[in-house]
Design a protein around this ligand. Structure first.
Ligand code: URC
Length: 385
């Protein structure tokens, strides 16, 4: 049995590795010649970590992950701590650590685990067709590939989504812009072992440790879509958006490298319930696109991959039946993650100013218990517990 995997991002590579482990042949096709993720880093929460462990990457992942032992929210202007607590109760409950990792390093780990030379880069899919026995994919260089089934992990701008759903879906602008990148850890900005977030005015500035003595940073600002902003003014733009914010925020803005800072207009897609058409299945962002607000986009793709391989390997009623079982196990879970992220997004980014003001006030009374319970709930909803 041979799978065609479209896309060599987190979802596609996790899928190719999982399918090979389950005894399938795979061929991976990637549109771009060189991977350039829009995010500098990603937090892999324990549900995602458990998936990568199951795929044999436990040690490599640990080496890439930052030590995120504490979590804190600070007031935007005074910089004072609103709440600070240990993540240890979460680790104890779920049995695994969260690992913030540099995105390029995660990508390299996945690609090298599969075998870089086996991936066909520069192959942009244009069309897929299927018969009762197999699938054909066509690429923009005129070439084609054949397999028994096809997994479309071709991202939020998926080409194959339309083929599966029979209609176009629009991405929904979530209302904020996210600037993100990596900087050397500076403890005058935030403690090295803490996920620190400054909050106020519906904006946030956040730092997470990744390996190699670096912070992943991100700035979120509610803004209209489509503003023209330019790298040469990036630092000054952030200075303007964060005027009056505490010294550590100003130091962070001074220390970032505008050339390697990404600016992303954050979108998601209204959840839909069809991931499969015959022998073709959507996976990862192609099936469910989320805002990053609970750090579950990459994790959900890893979960998809593990469930897909497990479902196909453990049933005998054929590929189409196996793919429908994958769909049945993933639709509700991923809908829940997308809508949870959307809800957090709206509270964090002041969609309703009163609700956000109440959240800021609540943070002063937060012991960590409620925040961690919410995170544990999300994590334990994953396929590996
Ligand atoms: N939570 C995360 C977020 N990761 O775990 C992450 C967020 N990355 O709110 N935002 C972001 O850009």
């Amino acid at each position: 049995m041979k799978a065609i995997v479209i896309g060599a991002g987190i979802g596609g590579m996790s899928t190719a590795i999982a399918l090979e482990k389950a005894g399938f042949d795979t061929a991976v096709f990637e549109a771009v010649k060189e991977m350039k993720p829009v995010g500098a880093a990603i937090s892999i929460w324990p549900n995602g970590v458990k998936c990568l462990n199951a795929l044999g990457m436990k040690q490599q992942l640990q080496a890439l992950g930052g030590n995120m032992a504490f979590m804190a929210y600070n007031d935007a202007h005074s910089g004072s701590t609103l709440t600070r607590f240990s993540l240890s109760p979460l680790v104890q409950q779920v049995g695994e650590y969260p690992y913030p990792v540099a995105r390029a390093e995660l990508q390299a780990m996945l690609i090298d685990t599969y075998g870089r030379s086996r991936i066909q880069f520069g192959k942009r899919v244009t069309q897929v067709e299927q018969s009762a026995t197999g699938v054909t994919a066509w690429f923009d260089d005129g070439s084609q590939a054949e397999g028994d089934f096809l997994i479309a992990a071709d991202g939020t701008h998926s080409v194959i989504r339309h083929y599966v759903l029979g209609e176009n879906v629009q991405r929904r602008y979530a209302g904020y812009v996210n600037w993100n990148g990596l900087v050397t850890i500076d403890e005058s900005i935030a403690p090295a072992d803490q996920w620190t977030t400054f909050v106020g005015e519906g904006k946030r500035v956040s730092l997470m440790p990744v390996s190699g003595n670096r912070f992943y940073f991100f700035f979120d600002v509610p803004l209209p879509k489509g503003l023209a902003e330019d790298r040469s003014t990036l630092r000054q733009d952030l200075k303007n958006y964060f005027t009056g914010w505490a010294d550590p925020v100003q130091r962070l803005i001074d220390s970032i490298n505008p050339d390697t800072t990404n600016r992303v207009e954050i979108h998601d897609i209204e959840p839909f319930s069809r991931f499969v058409k015959g022998r073709v299945a959507l996976l990862g962002d192609a099936a469910h696109s989320t805002t990053p607000d609970i750090g579950q986009g990459g994790c959900a793709a890893m979960e998809d991959a593990v469930v897909l391989a497990q479902t196909l390997a453990s049933h005998s009623l054929g590929i189409e039946d196996g793919l429908l079982r994958y769909e049945a196990r993933r639709v509700e879970r991923t809908k829940d993650l997308v809508l949870k992220a959307r809800k957090r997004c709206d509270v964090t980014h002041a969609k309703d100013a009163e609700i956000t003001a109440a959240w800021y006030a609540d943070l002063k009374n937060e012991t960590g218990e409620r925040v961690l319970a919410g995170m544990c709930d999300t994590i334990e909803g994953g396929p590996l517990g």
